[in-house]
Design a protein around this ligand. Structure first.
Ligand SMILES: NC(=O)NCCC(=O)O
Length: 392
């Protein structure tokens, strides 16, 4: 039994995903729909039967796609298998918190095994993956107890997977900086394929919308836009709400990121129409690959909370709609993982595509950073007034 069915009286029916609806079209129409909406139909990767069967037996959706680049004469292809893992919490939020965390660890271990066996080189997990997204409650205990050091139990749990499968893991946790005032942060720890910690990136933009009461718990990052050089390319991590800020994506790209992960926790009622656009637009505008990863399921909490909008108090956050996907610099995107179930999406990309699209479209070359820098500096002054010219 999953946490949804344990804690909700009558879960609302959720559609499994848009592509299931596309499947009902004729082949010809489906090709057109994919071309218009998704750039093109990507080649699907088939896995060996045992892997497919093992994933299905564990209730894990496994999808694989290939995003190739044109062959070049001077550079070999730079093929990287990028994986996104999305998952629901396992135990009800009333269970002891260590049990909740350990159950999620065990489940994500199963998902990592599938990703590793599918040959993933870099794997991204969802935002604060080791816990329920309890920030809607504004309650401190017990949730702040789930904050961990960068080298705490959740990172320690992942290191053997990084080593076993020779894969980099993007590990988004609720971090407690015990060395500095016990401050809590929303952090992604980058674990190398060697098993060592390369570094950390923190969430730059904290939402103050709906039940996303995260500003109660942690502050905006002071670390800027670090990019991590890994054995499989340079990666940046733009955590959740940062995806609404085009400049946030841009700064990771300017710092050299080739793949930007967007570990998220967001719900259908709020941001689903935006979800397929933002990471994809960032891939196009910055000539990079982007990976949107969202949790799944409906998380129900023991005590009611209100959204400050006159509507009745409630105990659930709404439906986290999964739908993780990869977007390419040429505007192509993979179909999404399910809106309702745990899944692993493995996308083989050729990083040469970044430069090919850069040369073709030239958005990076033609951007006017100098002009924007001056204008932004001026606009950042509280006394700045918008530059509007009116008819006399
Ligand atoms: N986790 C998080 O930042 N969620 C905010 C909601 C959204 O950006 O869709």
């Amino acid at each position: 039994m999953n946490a949804d069915s344990q804690s909700m009286a009558a879960p609302k029916r959720e559609i499994e995903g848009l592509e299931k609806i596309f499947d009902q079209l004729s082949t010809e129409d489906r090709d057109d729909v994919f071309r218009i909406l998704y750039g093109k139909q990507l080649e699907r990767v088939q896995y060996d039967g045992i892997l497919e069967t093992d994933a299905a037996a564990k209730g894990i959706e496994l999808k694989g796609y290939r995003i190739p680049a044109a062959p070049e004469q001077m550079r070999a292809p730079r093929l990287v298998k990028v994986a996104a893992i999305q998952n629901a919490i396992v135990l009800p939020t009333t269970a002891p918190i260590k049990d909740q965390r350990d159950a999620i660890h065990k489940r994500v271990g199963e998902l990592l095994d599938i990703a590793g066996r599918a040959g993933a080189n870099v794997v991204g997990l969802q935002e604060a993956w080791h816990m329920p997204f309890a920030f809607c409650t504004r309650e401190r205990l017990p949730w702040t107890e789930m904050a961990e050091a960068v080298d705490g139990p959740t990172t320690k749990f992942l290191i053997p997977y990084a080593q076993k499968y020779n894969m980099v893991i993007v590990n988004p946790i609720l971090e407690r900086d015990e060395a500095k005032d016990d401050v809590i942060w929303n952090t992604a720890v980058i674990i190398s394929n060697t098993g060592r910690i390369i570094g950390r990136s923190r969430k730059n933009h904290i939402p103050r919308v709906g039940d996303f009461n995260e500003s109660t718990y942690y502050m905006e990052s002071t670390l800027g836009h670090p990019v991590f050089e890994t054995a499989f390319g340079r990666i940046g991590v733009n955590i959740c709400y940062g995806r609404h800020h085009p400049q946030n994506w841009m700064m990771y790209a300017l710092n050299g990121a080739e793949i930007i992960f967007n570990p998220s926790a967001t719900i259908g009622g709020l941001s689903e129409p935006l979800w397929g656009i933002e990471a994809r637009n960032a891939a196009i505008a910055n000539h990079v690959f982007t990976v949107g990863i969202n949790r799944v399921g409906t998380e129900v909490f023991p005590n009611e909370f209100s959204s400050g909008n006159g509507k009745p108090a409630h105990k659930d956050f709404g439906h986290f709609f999964g739908s993780s996907y990869v977007a390419a610099p040429d505007g192509a995107r993979t179909p999404a993982l399910s809106r309702t179930s745990d899944g692993v999406l493995v996308t083989e990309v050729d990083l040469n595509l970044n430069r090919q699209v850069k040369d073709h479209w030239g958005f990076r070359m033609t951007q006017r950073l100098d002009m924007y820098a001056k204008s932004i500096t001026a606009a950042a002054d509280p006394d700045y007034r918008p530059h509007i010219i009116r008819e006399n």
